[in-house]
Design a protein around this ligand. Structure first.
Ligand code: ADP
Length: 274
């Protein structure tokens, strides 16, 4: 039981239906109240997280105004304003993505999703950051695999894992995105040789806004939401995400998702010949 969540709430209504018959209506509103509490908590966290970059941009704008006759200082402050506004837009984008996923709805019109396409698009998204840090970012493993689901969601999940692998790795190291099939699933692994995650923190990293080291996180420009998005995508697809990590040596995140009927070799549904 989480002490921060409201206690179990059950209301019962009893109506006599004659001398020996009684109708009892028991309504459990616990889940509803807990979802509401989690939402309230989320909004409070988001507001708090938004205040930091907004405040920083304001201070930097004031600094630019004050330093109008010092072109070097103007350049420096403007560059930092750009970094903060990038962070702000990443945060807004991830909050929107996460609240869409939290709807609890089953996947709408799932279809086969090409893993070759998703992994190469995810690698493209981090290509500039990787080359800035001279990180070798490559894909490997089996080709031609498909999962059954929503392409945008699967891409968001894999892109977050690749972006993290690059962000938490040192210059000159390697990041490998590997695809492998089992009889029922496709496993997409993102392997890095980065800073790793302390064993004591590993259970918490999928929580919203949780970061191992908030100070380090500020320098990577992270939002603390990436892995919650990955966890939600895994859940909506009926899959799972696992992590192995050794501090100082690297991490491997594996997202496993159900294979599509097509990639399992079952016949495609034939269009009707009428
Ligand atoms: P962030 O935006 O801070 O990266 P995430 O939810 O994606 O947020 O990750 C949560 C925390 O987990 C990160 O702040 C970081 O401390 C840790 N983490 C995630 N991926 C890795 C990785 N590949 N290597 C080391 N630490 C990681």
């Amino acid at each position: 039981t989480r002490p921060d969540l409201p206690p179990r709430t059950v209301t019962a209504r009893v109506a006599p239906l004659g001398s020996r018959l009684v109708l009892a209506l028991v309504e459990d509103r616990t889940r509803e109240r807990r979802v509401e509490a989690i939402r309230r908590d989320f909004v409070a966290n988001v507001s708090h997280e938004l205040k930091t970059p907004v405040g920083a941009i304001r201070l930097l704008a004031e600094a630019v105004c004050d330093a109008a006759d010092d072109p070097e200082a103007v350049k420096r402050f403007s560059a930092r304003m750009l970094t903060e506004s990038d962070r702000l837009s990443r945060l807004v984008q991830q909050v929107i993505e996460l609240s869409r996923l939290q709807g609890d709805d089953p996947l709408e019109s799932p279809r086969p999703v090409s893993i070759d396409d998703v992994t190469s698009a995810a690698v493209d998204t981090s290509a500039i950051d990787a080359s800035t840090k001279r990180i070798g970012l490559v894909t490997g493993g089996e080709t031609g695999l498909e999962v059954y689901g929503n392409r945008e969601q699967v891409l968001a999940a894999v892109s977050n894992l690749v972006a993290n692998a690059v962000a938490y790795s040192a210059e000159g190291s390697a990041v490998v995105v590997n695809a492998k099939s089992t009889p029922t699933t496709v496993e997409i692994s993102v392997v890095d040789q980065g800073i790793g995650i302390p064993a004591a923190e590993i259970d918490r990293i999928f929580e919203r806004f949780y970061r191992v080291d908030p100070a380090r996180h500020r320098s990577t420009g992270g939002t603390g939401l990436g892995l919650s998005i990955v966890k939600h995508v895994a859940a909506t697809h009926g899959g799972e995400v696992k992590v192995w990590s050794v501090e100082g040596q690297g991490s491997t995140f594996t997202l496993s998702l159900p294979r599509s009927a097509v990639s399992l070799g079952e016949p495609r549904t034939k269009p009707s010949s009428s």
